[in-house]
Design a protein around this ligand. Structure first.
Ligand code: SAH
Ligand code: DHB
Ligand code: MG
Length: 222
């Protein structure tokens, strides 16, 4: 099969169901201009997250890894009035660009950008007995993914949905002897998902506008 088919079909899906408006296009344009990495989710993946959020009635949302705010805008747009999204970004330049994009989207009232390391902010939230989140999107650095997931569970309640991006890494997760900390991090997470009794989870392979990868989806069951 022609590998271009995956991108063409993704464009077909986005064209029908996940069209980018000027705000999302401007977000990507500013990120390019400022030299940010091209690691944002795709439009159809943004819509996929919105569908999951709608299914679980998400109004309190937590995101790890803001980058330029592209995924943040998709998430925040699916939050009803009076909801809240906390997004964590370690890189000050990324956080700065994200804040501009979120303001341009008119979402600064519901989005709180925290500039810091995800592990520290998660621990702070746990220690301050933060109200549980309805939906958590893990998309920061890959090596501590399993630690992020454990902390995300502490910030969850029965029914919370936790999604983790980039857990297949072009199939590199199959290599048990790999020497790549990003791949080793997601391998540890995937094994944890298989052992954890408090969730029901699966992984969807993702192809399309972005490189071949996968998203883990877990629902907290107790
Ligand atoms: N969710 C974004 C993409 C995130 S890319 C989107 O789809 O639009 C991963 C981001 O995680 C990068 O911006 C990187 O700077 C950030 N990051 C890396 N290490 C981090 C850490 N320890 N804590 C929080 N963010 C981190
Ligand atoms: C990387 C990070 C991401 O969040 C992503 O979607 C793709 C790649 C990376 O750090 O390699
Ligand atoms: Mg990602």
């Amino acid at each position: 099969m022609n590998p271009q088919i995956f991108k063409q079909v993704d464009d077909y899906i986005s064209g029908l169901l996940a069209t980018e408006d000027a705000v999302l296009k401007d977000t990507i344009a500013l990120m390019c201009k400022e030299g940010l990495p091209q690691h944002s989710i795709s439009a159809s993946q943004g819509k996929f997250l919105q569908v999951l959020m709608t299914a679980c009635n998400a109004r309190r949302v937590l995101e790890l890894g803001t980058l330029g705010g592209y995924s943040t805008i998709w998430l925040a747009r699916a939050i009803p009035e009076k909801g809240k999204l906390i997004t964590i970004e370690a890189e000050p330049h990324h956080a700065n660009i994200a804040k501009q994009n979120i303001a341009n989207a008119g979402l600064s009232n519901i989005v709180e950008c925290r500039n810091g390391k995800a592990i520290d902010v998660l621990q702070e939230l746990v220690e301050s007995n933060a109200e549980p989140f309805d939906f958590i999107f893990i998309d920061a650095d890959k090596p501590p993914y399993a630690e992020y997931f454990e902390l995300a569970l502490k910030l969850s309640r029965k029914g919370t949905i936790i999604v983790c991006d980039n857990v297949i890494r072009e199939g590199k997760v199959l290599d048990k002897n790999i020497n790549d900390e990003k791949v080793k991090g997601v391998q540890r997470l995937n094994e944890l998902l298989g052992k954890c009794n408090d969730i029901t989870a699966t992984i969807l392979q993702t192809v399309g506008a972005k490189e071949y990868d996968g998203m883990a989806i877990a629902v907290v069951t107790q």
